[in-house]
Design a protein around this ligand. Sequence first.
Ligand code: CA
Length: 716
Amino acid sequence: MPHRLPPAPPGRLGLRARLALLLAGCALAGAAAAQAVDGARIAAADREPGNWMSHGRTYDEQRFSPLAKINDRNVGKLGMAWTYKLDVDRGVEATPIVVDGVMYTTGAESIVYALDARSGKLLWRHDPKVNAESLSQGCCDVVNRGVAVWKGRVYVGAFDGRLIALDARTGEQVWSVDTVLDKTKSYTITGAPRIVKGKVLIGNGGAEFGVRGYVTAYDADTGQQAWRFFTVPGDPAQPPENKAMAMAMKTWSGNGWVKWGGGGTAWDSMAYDPELNLLYIGTGNGSPWNYQFRSEGKGDNLFLSSIVALDPDTGDYVWHYQTTPADRWDYTATQHIVLADLRIDGKLRKVLMQAPKNGFFYVLDRTDGKLISAKNYVPVNWASHIDLKTGRPVETGAGNYGPGDQKKLVIPAFLGGHNWHPMSFNPKTGLVYLPAQETMAELEAQKEPLFLPTKSVVNLGLEVPELPEDPKIEAQIRGAWKGRLLAWDPVRQKAAWSHDYASAWNGGTLSTAGNLVFQGTADGRAVAYAADNGKQLWQSPVNSGAMAGPISYEVDGEQYVSFMVGWGGAFPHITGPISLSARVRPEARVVTFKLGASQKLPPAKLAPALPRAADVPPLTASAEQIKQARLMFNGLCGSCHGLNAVSGGVVPDLRYMKPEQHELFAATVSGARINRGMPGFAGVLKPEDMQLLHQYVIKRTHDLSAEIAAARPAAK
Ligand code: CA
């Protein structure tokens, strides 16, 4: 057996040595248990409810904890047991794994942490040092959704596309493979690996950067590739890789997608049914979003925005269900998949549930992929309903922004009625706890493609989104985007109760046998509700937006609830000013609660002060030049630093630049901070373009000073 632990040293030991040994013993016990985690143990996870051994706790990904020591009668006594500060204050999206007293989790930039689950003490840390250039080559922050644990190893997907196996005792690398098929394209990994029958499964992101999606299985022992399933067809001039690709090819037109990648990336959800031996994957949006450029506006474009069932042994296609045929709205079906057995019309059905971005809640028969029911869970305008006979959406045309059409207001927006934030299912209440959101956006097709997407510059085949600089209009749009926790009855397809939030992008959910639902919020709280009636029973500040799915575990008879905290991800990056109702700053931490504890967090990070007017360089550009500069800024910089230079607060808000940063502006834009995730535009922009961008930032700094000055007397 590999990785056998050394025997305890014999002999008499002093108190200090014994204490040290005891502490080491805790870590080693956990590592020993991690060594034994395998498919049989995950499949029988309910026999050891104190552990959380795979991403969704169980292969059916219900995120339900059978633990009930913390319950609806005593949850008010929950206090902070420990916190652990993560290295990088960016978006935190991981679900921790806990095995016998050790927590394995990840922060931004794919850094892995092993912590003592009782105390939060660091046992080891592994920084895969992701390729610095890759940091700017993802759509939605340098996030990671967690590790998998299997037979003494911890597996993580690094942002630059590597899949890495670590020794669970030490964090040392055992093997590493590059999952990236084409190094000229911007492939990233943000999802958590899943492990089924000794194979590590991982997809990737990049559909906004022109990639072709796939899922790959690697031997957990050796890292050797076992199979790869492409989610969209390749070049029609070449023979298709398999029968599934031959079938998919018939649903695409022309060959535009070959240049644009096609998309369909499987960047998050997977679930597994050991009895049926079926692996379910969720696939993403088309590349580009513009359906005309991608497929001449023809065909369903399989397997975009689909749930695909595969044979986990071979990667062979078994069935698919496409939620959004011919997707042109970034309506991914990568959202969390939950398997359950539900009594529907008197019959016990093996179902698969998903609430993809497109706003409809789907219940499928997971044996064959047939639609059982579907209902919109948030307001939608692109389709009126899902036809239960054909399984297809009945489109209204309201979302058809091209070709020849004007811009269209599409509901939900590209961030969806629900995004990656995992939902949970409680078999006791029969309810799904869904972190939903109301979103909308105007989309307008480019008449002709401007350029193909590159590794660091996105092109969706759409015009740059327009958002007036007027703060009143900003506030109006901000108000139209909101969050909602829905307790959704999947049999009746309606909400049992709901709870509204001022901001979208609230956390994933955990439900427990203690009649509780836990959720983090965008505005920086951890909250508990009664699972049956939705009454809020407890809350605690956690300083930053809590987006990830919380977990519960037990060590030495004590139940804990743990939240991964840290604001970031697509929402504050892409929507800039619209995300500001969350009113938090990124601050990355693991925050763990237990009954009767009373630890306190340090005060939350303060917002930076606006520079003095004398420290801002003079505005010399004409109004006409500023107009041009604004278009250039929103096209090149807006998706990270915020539209109109109003940042969502994760990537620096350039209006707050210090004098020395103004001096370095051109150098920074040219690539001087490439190792901190700021792309270099030296070959793309001329010096006069950089000057124009700088002038726009200066203009917006003056605008902000004026806004603040104008607000002052009114505040008196
Ligand atoms: Ca996308």
